[in-house]
Design a protein around this ligand. Structure first.
Ligand SMILES: Nc1nc2c(c(=O)[nH]1)N[C@H]1C(S)=C(S)[C@@H](COP(=O)(O)O)O[C@H]1N2
Ligand SMILES: [Mo]
Length: 168
């Protein structure tokens, strides 16, 4: 047997066998919107890019500004069928959103603080900072709460938004 002559065929066979594995792009990061909700969602950056876009400017420590871009938390939750407007009355007002991050960090928002007829608070689900996608420690998705005086609810590495209806 002449193994030297077999070698090119072996290399080719290996390449063909592994091509599907090498060609596979890493799976796109998703933001899950789940819980007590009509239409649970898995949103990718592409999905967010097609939704109405908003920007929020925050002062940077060096006196310049940071511009975050994304979709409002209200719009994301509305897309998933969360109750707002006339549906957000009575015991439904005890509904909250648990925002969970990849590092286990979690904070809560209420639907009432987001609804335009109540708190009308703009919270952004951001996927860009100064025009660029967010880096590893920040994203790919994060919350930005421009009216909070502290940064602690601006959840970085946002992974899941879980809607919890306390009163059913
Ligand atoms: N996932 C995650 N997000 C987080 C935190 C955290 O520990 N984990 N810390 C919070 C706190 S306390 C602050 S002050 C801000 C700081 O990040 P920033 O300066 O990029 O807003 O992130 C907030 N978001
Ligand atoms: Mo903080």
């Amino acid at each position: 047997m002449n193994y030297t002559r077999l070698l090119p065929a072996l290399v080719l066979a290996t390449a063909v066998a592994f091509a599907p594995v090498w060609a596979q792009a890493p799976p796109a990061a998703v933001l899950a919107v789940q819980g007590d909700i009509a239409s649970p969602l898995s949103l990718t950056a592409d999905d967010l890019a097609k939704m109405p876009r908003e920007t929020v400017s925050l002062p940077a420590p060096d006196g310049t500004k940071i511009v975050y871009e994304g979709v409002t938390l209200l719009a994301v939750l509305q897309k998933a069928g969360a109750p707002f407007g006339k549906q957000l009355r009575g015991k439904v007002l005890s509904t909250y959103v648990l925002a969970k991050a990849m590092d286990g960090y979690q904070v809560v928002f209420t639907l009432g603080e987001l609804d335009p007829e109540f708190g009308n608070e703009t919270i952004l689900v951001a996927d860009k900072r100064d025009g660029k996608p967010l880096g590893d420690k920040q994203g790919p998705f994060r919350l930005v709460c421009p009216n909070d005086h502290e940064g602690a609810r601006s959840v970085r590495m946002l992974e899941t938004l879980e809607i919890v209806r306390l009163a059913k």
